[in-house]
Design a protein around this ligand. Structure first.
Ligand code: GLC
Ligand code: CA
Length: 551
C-alpha cells in the first residue's frame, strides 16, 4: 500500500470535447487525443483521466450516459478507443475512465423500460414515489428546480439530483449493482487502469425522504446510509481483482468521512476528491458569486486535509477540473502582467504538498477564464438553469448574474485547449462548440514549449522533481503563519531535510514574518533573481531546501 504506484503519479484530466479536434467538426475527439500523447508524456504525465466519452444525448456533456459500453460518435469509435488505449500503454502511461453510476441518461434503455410500467423488470433500477397530488418532498435539484419529475405512464415521480434528464439509479437493487459491476469488469478487461467515480458519495439514498427546511437534499443523500457497504461490495466483486487506481468524487465530505472512503484498511477507494478548498467562496446564491477566496481559510483548509489524512488515507491535490473556474483566475490573477507568475506560484504551492497530483488540461499553460460577457457564450446546463432560475425569479439582475457566471461557471474550464496562436487556438479547423479564451496568443502550448521560462516548463520541472522526492512524498507538513493574509507558506520535513514553500498570493509586496525562512538552496522560483531577503514580490514563489547540519 505504501508503495502503491498511484501515490507518486501525475494524473492529467482530459475533457475530451475541448481538448483536440481531429476532423474539423468543432468537437474534440479520441483521434485528437492520440495526436497529443507525446505532448503529455513530455510533460511528465503518468495517468490520463478521461471525462466521459460514452454514448450520451449530452444534456450534461456526457455525464448523462445512455450506453455504458458504447463510444459517442462525436468522439470516435470503439476501434479508436482501443487504439488510444494501446498507444497510451505503449508510452508507459495509464488510462483512468470516468464512471458515472449515480444516475444514467433518461435515454438509457434501462430508464426507457423503467418508466413504462410499475411491473417492468427495470422499474426498480430507479427511485420512484407515487403521485399524491405533487412531488413527494420539497428537495431541489443541484442543477435548479425540483429534484422530482413526473412520469405520466406510471403516475409517479422519479428522483434526479442533477438535470431531469439524469434520473438517479436505485443502488438498493442488487441486480442493478450486479449490472454496474459487470460493466466495470468489461472495461477493466479491456485494460483500463482505473476509475474516477462521479459523485460517488451520493449513490445511497435514505428510505424516508423528508422535507428539508431549505429544500436541500444534501443532508440526506451525501454519505447515505449504505454507501460504504456498496463500495466494499464493489471492491470485493471488482476492484480488488485488478491492479488499478480509484478516486471518488465526494462533494460535501469531511476529513473523518474521507478516511472511511479511502482509509488504507477500508477496502473501498484509493483516494477521494473533497471540495472544501474550492467552495470557500460559496454564499447566499450557492456557488454563484464574484467573491475571492480568503487566504487564511484556504491555508487552514488545505493544512487540515494534509494533517488529517496523514498516515491513514491519501490526498488528491487539485485546483481545478471541468466543473471549476480556472485556477489562475480563481486563486491567482489572470491580468496579463500576473498570469504567468501566479500560475507558477499556484503550481508550486499545491504540488509540493503530500498527495497525488491532478492537473486539469491547460493548467500547465496557465489558461484562464475566458471572460465571457453574454449568455449566448455559455453552453453548460448548470449555468443556463441557474441563470434562468435566479434572473427569472428576480433574485439577481442580469448584469450581476453575468458577472457571477464569468467567475464561477463551469464553462470557464471548458473552452478549447490552447495549442497554438493560430485560428481557434489550434483546437479545431472548424467552428468550435464553445468559443476559445481571449489570451491564446500568449498562453499556448506551441509558444510555451519553445520558452524554457514558460508556465509549461515550470510545471514539467516541478512535477519531475516531486516524483523522485521522498520529502514531497512523505515529509511532515507544517503550515507557517496561518493568519497572514498575503503569504501562504509551509514546510515539509523529512530525514533531516526541510523544504520551505513560500508563496505570495497578492499583488502587493509581502514581507515574510521571519525573513530567514527564505534561506537555503533555491530549488524553484518565478522571479530572476529570486528575492531571498524575506520580501516577496507580487505572486512570487520561492522554494528552498535546507539540510540541518549533522549533530
Ligand atoms: C460531477 C461531474 C459533473 C456532473 C455531475 C453530474 O459533479 O463532475 O460534471 O455534472 O457530476 O454527473
Ligand atoms: Ca471532432
Amino acid at each position: 500500500m505504501n508503495d502503491a504506484w498511484w501515490k507518486n503519479a501525475v494524473i492529467y484530466q482530459i475533457y475530451p470535447r475541448s481538448f483536440c479536434d481531429s476532423n474539423a467538426d468543432g468537437i474534440g475527439d479520441l483521434r485528437g487525443i492520440l495526436q497529443r500523447l507525446d505532448y503529455l508524456r513530455e510533460l511528465g504525465v503518468d495517468v490520463i483521466w478521461l471525462s466521459p466519452i460514452y454514448a450520451s444525448p449530452n444534456a450534461d456533456n456526457g455525464y448523462d450516459i445512455s450506453d455504458y459500453r458504447a463510444i459517442h460518435p462525436d468522439f470516435g469509435t470503439m476501434q479508436d478507443f482501443d487504439c488510444l488505449l494501446s498507444q497510451i500503454h505503449a508510452r508507459g502511461m495509464k488510462l483512468v475512465m470516468d464512471l458515472v453510476v449515480n444516475h444514467t441518461s433518461d435515454e438509457h434503455i434501462w430508464f426507457q423500460q423503467a418508466r413504462q410500467s410499475k411491473d417492468n423488470p427495470y422499474h426498480d433500477y430507479y427511485i420512484w414515489r407515487d403521485n399524491h397530488g405533487g412531488p413527494p418532498n420539497n428537495w431541489n435539484s443541484w442543477f435548479g428546480g425540483p429534484a422530482w419529475e413526473y412520469n405520466p405512464p406510471t403516475d409517479e415521480y422519479y428522483l434526479h439530483i442533477f438535470a431531469k434528464k439524469q434520473p438517479d439509479l436505485n443502488w438498493r437493487n442488487p441486480r442493478l449493482r450486479r449490472e454496474i459491476y459487470d460493466m466495470m469488469c468489461w472495461w477493466l478487461n479491456k485494460g483500463v487502469d482505473g476509475f474516477r467515480m462521479d459523485v460517488i458519495s451520493l449513490i445511497s439514498k435514505p428510505k424516508a425522504l423528508p422535507d428539508d427546511p431549505n429544500g436541500d437534499l444534501s443532508p440526506y443523500c451525501i454519505n447515505g446510509p449504505h454507501v460504504h457497504e456498496y463500495l466494499q461490495e464493489m471492491h470485493e466483486q471488482v476492484l480488488c481483482h485488478y491492479d488499478i487506481m480509484t478516486v471518488g468524487e465526494c462533494p460535501g465530505i469531511t476529513v473523518e468521512e474521507a478516511k472511511k472512503y479511502a482509509g488504507a484498511d477500508r477496502h473501498e477507494l484509493n483516494m477521494v476528491f473533497h471540495f472544501e478548498h474550492t467552495s470557500l467562496t460559496d454564499g447566499p446564491y450557492g456557488k454563484w458569486t464574484n467573491a475571492r477566496t480568503p487566504l487564511p481559510a484556504l491555508k487552514k483548509t488545505l493544512a487540515k486535509w494534509q494533517q488529517g489524512l496523514r498516515g491513514t488515507a491519501w490526498n488528491c491535490l487539485f485546483w481545478g477540473n471541468h466543473d471549476q473556474p480556472r485556477a489562475v483566475s480563481k486563486f491567482g490573477c489572470d491580468l496579463p502582467e500576473y498570469r504567468d507568475r501566479s500560475a507558477k506560484m499556484l503550481c508550486a504551492c499545491l504540488y509540493l504538498m503530500q498527495g497525488t497530483a491532478y492537473v486539469y488540461q491547460g493548467e500547465e499553460l496557465g489558461m484562464t477564464n475566458p471572460g465571457f460577457f453574454s449568455l449566448e457564450q455559455y453552453r453548460d446546463v448548470e449555468t443556463l438553469n441557474a441563470y434562468h432560475n435566479l434572473v427569472g425569479s428576480g433574485v439577481l439582475d442580469k448584469r450581476t448574474m453575468l458577472e457571477y457566471l464569468a467567475c464561477t461557471s463551469r464553462d470557464n474550464a471548458r473552452t478549447p485547449m490552447q495549442w497554438t496562436a493560430g485560428a481557434c487556438a489550434g483546437f479545431t479547423a472548424g467552428d468550435p462548440w464553445i468559443s476559445p479564451g481571449r489570451n491564446f496568443r500568449a498562453a499556448n502550448a506551441e509558444r510555451e514549449l519553445t520558452d524554457n521560462d514558460s508556465v509549461y516548463h515550470f510545471y514539467r520541472r516541478l512535477l519531475a522533481f516531486r516524483k523522485q522526492s521522498p520529502i514531497v512524498r512523505d515529509g511532515e507538513f507544517t503550515l507557517l503563519w496561518p493568519e497572514d493574509e498575503r503569504i501562504f507558506a509551509y514546510r515539509r520535513a523529512y530525514q533531516g531535510q526541510t523544504l520551505s514553500v513560500l508563496c505570495n498570493f497578492s499583488k502587493e509586496i509581502a514581507s515574510l514574518p521571519e525573513p530567514a525562512a527564505a534561506r537555503g538552496e533555491v530549488l524553484f522560483s518565478n522571479y530572476t533573481p529570486p528575492h531571498t531577503d524575506g520580501v516577496l514580490a507580487p505572486f512570487e514563489v520561492i522554494v528552498t531546501l535546507q539540510s540541518s547540519a549533522p549533530s
